[in-house]
Write a protein that binds this ligand. Structure first.
Ligand code: HEC
Length: 247
C-alpha cells in the first residue's frame, strides 16, 4: 500500500513539487523561527557596551590580519577552560560583535579574556616580533602595525553601518539620551557618531597604546582592542560562581 503511494507521488511532478517545498519549509522554519526570539535569549549583563571608535578600528584590523584564523574568542563552560582562561564567555559579551569573533581554531590561545593580562608594551613587542617575547611561538610578525598610520577618515560610516544592524551608536539626540540612561554619560559620549573622530583621537592620545605619541597607528587601535577583551563584565561581583574561584 505504502509503496504504491510513494510511486504515485514520485511520478506526479506537481504533487512532488508541492510536497518537496512543504518539507523544505518545515526545515527552514525550525532554523529561522528561534531567531525571532533571540532578544529574549541573550540576557542583559551589566558592563557590556559597544566598542569605542578606537577599539572598533582595532577590531577591524584584527579581522583584516586574520587573527581569528589562529585565535578563538569563546571560552567554553568546562573546568579546564575556566582554569586556563577565566570565566566562560557569556552570550551578552559578543552581543555587539558583528560578525562575532568566536573562531573555530586555536593555533594560539583563546583571546576572549586577554584584556589587562599583559602591559601595552608587551603587546607591542609581541605583535612586532612574537619570538622576542615567547621564543617557541609560531605566530607571524606584524611589524607594519607600528608603522602604518591609522586611517580614521571613515570611522563614522563604520559606526553607522553597525548602527543599522542594531549596535546602539547614537546619531540623534534621543538615541544619545537613551545611551546615557543605559550606559552612563561617559560611555554614551564614546558611542556618539558625530563625535567619533574627536573621541578616537582623544583615546589614542591619552592611552598612548603603542608608546609613540607622534602619530596614531594601527598598533594603537589593535592594542586598545586587545586590552578591552573580556574586561567589560566585573566577574568579582558574582563570586558565588564556581568558575571564578580559579581565576
Ligand atoms: C599562525 C597563527 C597565528 C596568527 C595568525 C596570530 N597568532 Fe597570536 N598567537 C599564536 C600562537 C601560537 C600564540 C602563543 C605563543 C605566543 O604567545 O606568541 C599566540 C599568542 C598571542 C597572544 C598572547 C595570548 C596569551 O594569552 O598569552 C596574543 C595577544 C595574540 N597572539 C594576538 C594576536 C593578534 C592580535 C593577531 C593578529 C594580528 C594574532 N595573534 C595572529 C598564533 C597566531
Amino acid at each position: 500500500m505504502f509503496n504504491f503511494k510513494h510511486e504515485w507521488i514520485e511520478t506526479n511532478i506537481g504533487l512532488l513539487l508541492v510536497l518537496t517545498m512543504l518539507a523544505i519549509s518545515i526545515g527552514g522554519l525550525v532554523e529561522i523561527a528561534p531567531l525571532f526570539f533571540i532578544k529574549d535569549t541573550v540576557e542583559k549583563v551589566a558592563g557590556v557596551r559597544p566598542y569605542t571608535p578606537l577599539e572598533l578600528r582595532g577590531r577591524d584590523i584584527y579581522q583584516r590580519e586574520g587573527c581569528y584564523l589562529c585565535h578563538s574568542q569563546m571560552i567554553r563552560p568546562f573546568r579546564d577552560e575556566a582554569l586556563r582562561y577565566g570565566h566562560y564567555s557569556l552570550a551578552a559579551e559578543s552581543q555587539y560583535d558583528h560578525p562575532f569573533q568566536w573562531g573555530s581554531k586555536r593555533t594560539g590561545p583563546d583571546l576572549a579574556r586577554v584584556g589587562k593580562k599583559y602591559s601595552n608594551e608587551w603587546h607591542v613587542a609581541h605583535l612586532i616580533s612574537p619570538r622576542s617575547m615567547v621564543p617557541e611561538s609560531v605566530m607571524p610578525n606584524f611589524p607594519w602595525l607600528e608603522r602604518n598610520e591609522l586611517n580614521i577618515s571613515d570611522i563614522s560610516e563604520r559606526m553607522e553601518a553597525l548602527r543599522k544592524v542594531g549596535v546602539p551608536y547614537s546619531l540623534t539626540k534621543s538615541e544619545y539620551q537613551a545611551n546615557v540612561k543605559q550606559f552612563g554619560a561617559a560611555t554614551a559620549e564614546m558611542l556618539s557618531i558625530p563625535d567619533a573622530r574627536k573621541n578616537l583621537i582623544a583615546q589614542a592620545e591619552s592611552g598612548n597604546y603603542d608608546g609613540d605619541r607622534s602619530k596614531i597607528t594601527e598598533m594603537d587601535a589593535l592594542v586598545a582592542y586587545l586590552q578591552v577583551l573580556g574586561t567589560m563584565v566585573d566577574f568579582s561581583k558574582y563570586d558565588d560562581d564556581a568558575f571564578v574561584k580559579y581565576r
